[in-house]
Design a protein around this ligand. Structure first.
Ligand SMILES: C[S@@+](CC[C@H](N)C(=O)[O-])C[C@H]1O[C@@H](n2cnc3c(N)ncnc32)[C@H](O)[C@@H]1O
Length: 472
């Protein structure tokens, strides 16, 4: 199988796959390949935080033109994957001088499938872009073509908890990847002082509590496959053995009251309102932390958000880090070197990452307490240790810029509309398998719900996985 991700998150994804029990893991460009059984494919979709889709390749061939692709596809026994009554779509990613238009390749594969069924069954399946039953994916690199089934459907970054967004929200898979890159899993406090719609604190809470990012999704493409094993997936969905109580505090601040309201709505939809402390606060008022903390933040870059004085904001952030964040570490993502310079601290790591189409760096600042001499010598030591790694990554960053167009494709698929939680309604868990006449999901724990699990010991989570006929 192939799990696709964003440039710069491949190693984090490979680690996630190792922890899930995948075999033969190999890191590629914006993807990690692996082997495993059907259960692993379901788990990969449900548990991976940094994957945006999981593909199951079924045919590799060589071709040098779209017509040749058509001829080969025309001979595939498509009834193994779908029937003529299924709707389907074809996605194409092309990186080749022979094939210049990915859309044209996708059309030719669609033509081949339609013509195959028309000849064999006398009926043609529906091509459906918005909500197809089956999604095929063709990847062409030079003349090497791979056809896959897309087991995810909608990109996996669309967790399902997002009720509203502010401007420039982080992609959820990128946010999770940034947090995992810091090595944080909930061991100490977590702070995002410019949290916008709350993506980083929410992903942090999911990580710290060991909650699967797929809990809130209503649908995976593999559920429409002819070999879908509902009981197997139900077992995976209802297994909460990896979940744990929160052992730290998670804070989200923003100067914009509307952003904090949005963040709270999103956290409520994820059943995490009790796990995160959201407050309206300007960075300039950031107060001294008393516990060791990790800060991960995505300040405005001045690209999409037309904010006031952006250089001054970075300067203020640097000043607050120096004076109010001693003994802790901060990670900042931005695409302007001059804004990083305004922070006025030496980074101990620089990781190239893309935020959408923007080539960014994710920089780490370790704020040492104690004497300036020690601070300097530690900083220099860190600097030397990381310089070779950074040189390699900078080159990789430059090479990556040439490929950024491809990366946008997965992230920018249209979002499915979802129902908003009504006032007073407990956050919903929109998963359902109960279309009319289908077997309802077996509730975990004999339907008794789940134990109180907040660290103060008297709050229960605000969503449950009990089957609920209203969740349609
Ligand atoms: C790029 S957005 C963050 C988006 C967020 N990561 C998300 O996923 O929604 C930057 C945020 O910084 C906030 N901001 C800008 N200046 C600020 C300041 N001085 N203090 C606190 N927040 C600030 C903006 O209101 C905005 O919500």
């Amino acid at each position: 199988m192939i799990a696709k991700t964003f440039q710069g998150l491949e190693e984090v994804l490979a680690k996630e796959l190792t922890e899930l029990g995948a075999n033969n893991i190999a890191i590629g460009n914006r993807m990690v390949s692996f082997t495993g059984d059907k259960a692993l494919m379901y788990k990969a979709n449900f548990h991976l935080r940094t994957a945006i889709r999981v593909l199951k390749p079924f045919k590799h061939f060589r071709a040098s033109s779209a017509d040749e692709v058509y001829d080969i596809c025309r001979k595939i026994a498509w009834e193994k994957f779908m029937s003529f009554s299924s709707s389907f779509a074809v996605d194409a990613v092309v990186n080749s001088v022979e094939f210049t238009h990915s859309k044209f390749v996708a059309y030719r594969v669609k033509d081949a499938i339609v013509d195959y069924f028309r000849d064999k069954e006398g009926e043609r399946p529906n091509v459906c872009v918005a909500n197809p039953d089956i999604i095929f994916h063709i990847h062409i690199s030079n003349e090497d073509c791979s056809l896959s089934l897309d087991s995810s459907g909608e990109s996996l970054h669309m967790r399902g908890y997002r009720q509203e967004t502010m401007e420039a929200p982080l992609n959820e898979a990128l946010a999770a990847g940034m947090i995992l890159l810091t090595g944080w899993h909930g061991e100490c406090d977590f702070i995002d002082p410019m949290c916008g719609s709350g993506t980083l604190p929410i992903e942090a809470a999911l990580i710290a509590r060991g909650m699967a990012p797929g809990l809130f999704r209503s649908r995976y493409a593999f559920e429409k496959w002819p070999d879908f094993d509902a009981d197997l997936f139900e077992g995976i969905y209802n297994d909460d053995s990896g979940e744990r109580p929160l052992q730290c505090r998670i804070y989200g601040y923003d100067k914009d009251a509307k952003a904090i309201l949005t963040a709270k709505r999103n956290a409520k939809a994820a059943g995490l309102l009790d796990s995160i402390e959201f407050n309206v606060r300007d960075v300039k008022d950031f107060q001294t932390v008393t516990e060791k903390s990790v800060m991960v933040t995505n300040p405005p870059y001045g690209e999409r958000l037309k904010e006031g004085d952006i250089p001054l904001l970075y300067e203020t952030l640097g000043e607050r880090l120096k004076h109010a964040f001693m003994g802790s570490e901060a990670w900042v993502i931005c695409n302007h070197y001059e804004y990083f310079d305004k922070i006025g601290l030496k980074p101990s790591a620089k990781i190239p990452l893309y935020n959408g189409a923007l080539a960014c760096e994710f920089r780490k600042y370790e704020i040492f307490g104690g004497k300036y001499d020690k601070f300097r010598s530690d900083g220099e030591k860190l600097n030397k240790e990381n310089s070779a790694e950074r040189r390699g990554k900078t080159l990789r960053h430059k090479a990556a810029q040439a490929e950024k167009l491809q990366q946008k494709e997965d992230a920018e698929k249209p979002r499915r509309p979802f129902r908003k939680a009504e006032d007073g309604e407990k956050s919903r868990r929109p998963f359902r398998r109960t279309e009319d006449g289908e077997k309802p999901r077996t509730p975990r724990n004999g339907g008794k719900g789940r134990p109180a699990d907040h660290r103060d010991g008297n709050r229960s989570r605000s969503f449950s996985r009990k089957s609920d006929n209203n969740r349609k």
